[in-house]
Design a protein. Sequence first.
Length: 123
Amino acid sequence: MSTTVLFLVAVAVIAANQAVLRLAVLRRSPWAFWPLQVFNLAIACYLFLYGIPGFEADYARWFGIVIGLLLIFRIVQNNMLRQRYLRAEIEEEREEERRERARELAERLARESEEGGSPDRLA
């Protein structure tokens, strides 16, 4: 595999990592998120085992390890960001449910007071 192809694959992986958590459509989709995470892990393992292909220097092995560690860090960071987004969405849904229940209770209280009923019957 040529170094140009490897460079383009690296750029594509970095771009995909940036896009998957910044675009709401991709952020909500496990079909976009998890394959990218697996791909990050596969590339990191490859770099740990074989280093950077076509890069022949005494310290080339260390470059592969450092880039592999950066990909592992990116996996952890992606997971943390996704969990934060999912928690925020769940909290937003819960808040909307609370508002809806409060609105229903207020309407019920208004009806009861118009009918002259006792508020004790609401429970």
